[in-house]
Design a binder for this molecule. Sequence first.
Ligand code: NAI
Length: 250
Amino acid sequence: MTMTGLQGKVVIVTGGARGIGAATAARMARDGAKVVITDLLDDEGTKTAIQIGGDFLHHDVTSEDDWQRVVDTTVERYGRLDGLVNNAGIATGAPGTPIENETLDSFERSLKVNLSGVFLGLRTVVGPMKATGGGSIVNVASVTGLSGFPGVSGYGASKWGVRGLTKIAATEFGPHRIRVNAVNPGATLTPMNEGHVQLGEGNFPPAPLGRIAVPEEIAEAVSFLISDAASYTTGVDITVDGGWTARPNG
Ligand code: NAI
């Protein structure tokens, strides 16, 4: 299916070298968006960019200077910036570590990449988007930001923060015709969680749909929110979790 309203849009996807970011970049490029992939992983990022016909820029989302360079380079190259997918994220600490055993370093690293990285992205793109009359931003949060999921204190707190920041930015940026939304993926088969989950009914509590997601299924929701098809949608999050949080004890 073709997604309307992506043709010609200039969109930055952070953490786009692999996983959900790469699938999202490919999805949007297929419908005519000009996609700039950014990541710490130069080789994988360059390979993915070549595959989809996009650009790659090295980027650490925790660095203010990197954000400025990435946005300036994109605007210099294309004359505008229409979209940002704040997708880069890390899961720190061994999964299932209770708060009692979690280190401050691990907790704070999650916040720095997953939450401060999103804040820096929002702050850096708002000027250029205002200048060209609007834009659309999607923050990739998580189902761990919807309930008290045990054993992921840093990661879960960062994703609750991302959902909150999404709503704050939506109210601040709305008057400038910049939409800000979030997507909450459920368990998805990507390099981040290889070894912890599997595609069928594995060691992860099963979703009603009986399996975990593939990255392309998350990419559909992100691409919709970036596109003009979502022109009146802002300040919300779309959960794509196979019904996992709809379970009676979800
Ligand atoms: P992944 O590990 O396959 O991809 C994440 C990408 O972000 C990697 O290419 C990595 O190099 C990049 N990255 C990490 N730190 C960075 C930094 N400081 N600056 C720039 N890039 C950085 O993981 P996946 O699964 O594709 O995750 C994408 C997003 O989806 C993350 O925000 C994650 O928290 C979220 N998510 C993933 C779920 C899953 O089950 N895979 C479930 C819910 C949310």
